[in-house]
Design a protein around this ligand. Structure first.
Ligand SMILES: NC(=O)c1ccc[n+]([C@@H]2O[C@H](COP(=O)([O-])OP(=O)(O)OC[C@H]3O[C@@H](n4cnc5c(N)ncnc54)[C@H](OP(=O)(O)O)[C@@H]3O)[C@@H](O)[C@H]2O)c1
Length: 287
């Protein structure tokens, strides 16, 4: 996909953070954009912001309330969206949730919700739309994370879901090529979004120590990297210089990455602040 003029984009999680920045950028690139998320209030505000970036009167914008963790709802809402706007040229599965806690504090209910949202949500959306996209081809981007290729302290359920999103994308890429559908996966590092601000509320001290000093990207940086990756047909899109370096090091020198991470964790555990507590300062296992 070399440009986005007149292309129809379905983007889940388009009312906040990376998704909203991407939807706005796509609007300035001439795309028709349909966003999906749960809160109708946030959708309405986001839609107005996206529409204000239009560059042509012919562009169409819409939003649909949807919980991607609900497979039946995804099937029904996507069928209606295809009827209204046609099959998308580009599908971006951007929805994701993370509630960092040490493993012993992660309940089964939390694990289940994370998997249903981050993994099953992407699966359901792809399975609802591929039958419609097959005739014309197009592109699919699933949003994973740097925690989709590096195991991160405090993110056991999230890492499990995001590693799985990378696997799903790699296998899909092989299968969908025959229909002219390209598949990519976006793996952002920490990005300044409402989602990350929420994560900071419960992050264990070790998680904070490991990511301390890393460059925080802005959602617009990630959106630009995403569109550039789609234009180039890149499979693994890792925004930012530090992210790319981490990806290469994890691939070619995993012991070095492990050593750096272990040093950060040890430092936090030896310090007094936060050691032995979860991110909210409660003793671990206190929930
Ligand atoms: N920010 C980071 O540092 C970072 C780093 C790496 C990867 N990522 C990934 O990038 C993606 C976007 O992250 P973000 O930080 O921009 O998130 P965010 O600011 O929390 O926005 C999340 C969006 O997804 C929607 N959403 C959440 N749960 C949903 C559900 N079950 N069904 C439908 N919509 C849902 C939200 O709206 P409603 O709540 O109204 O539904 C919102 O529009 C996620 O996949 C995340 O894992 C983020």
């Amino acid at each position: 996909m070399k440009d986005f003029i007149g292309k129809t984009v379905f983007l889940t999680g388009g009312s906040s953070g990376i998704g909203l920045a991407t939807a706005k950028l796509l609007a300035t690139e001439g795309a028709n954009v349909v966003i999906f998320a749960r809160s109708e209030e946030k959708l309405a505000a986001a839609s107005a912001a996206i529409e204000s970036r239009r560059v042509s009167a012919a562009q169409r914008f819409a939003c649909r309330p949807l919980d991607v963790a609900d497979h039946a709802a995804v099937t029904a809402v996507m069928a209606e969206a295809v009827q209204s706007f046609g099959a998308p040229d580009l599908l971006i599965n951007n929805v994701g949730r993370a509630v960092p806690h040490c493993f012993e504090d992660v309940t089964f209910a939390q694990f289940d919700e994370t998997m249903k949202t981050n993994l099953y949500g992407a699966w359901s959306t792809v399975s609802a739309l591929v039958p419609h996209m097959k005739a014309r081809g197009g592109a699919i981007v699933n949003v994973s994370s740097m925690a989709g290729f590096i195991g991160v302290f405090g993110y056991t359920d999230y890492c499990a879901s995001k590693f799985a999103v990378v696997g799903l994308s790699e296998a899909l890429r092989q299968e969908l090529r025959r229909y002219g559908i390209s598949v990519s996966v976006l793996c952002p590092p920490d990005t300044d979004t409402p989602g990350l601000a929420n994560e900071d509320l419960t992050k264990p001290a070790e998680t904070k120590a490991v990511s301390a000093g890393a460059k925080l990207l802005q959602p617009d940086d990630v959106a630009r990297a995403l569109l550039k990756g789609i234009r180039r047909g890149t499979f693994m899109i890792v925004p930012g210089g530090e992210g790319k370096l981490a990806y290469l090091m994890k691939r070619y020198a995993p012991a070095v990455v492990d050593g750096i991470v272990r040093r950060g964790i040890r430092k936090a555990q030896q310090g007094t602040a936060g050691a032995g507590t979860d991110g909210a300062g409660k003793p671990r296992g206190a929930r």
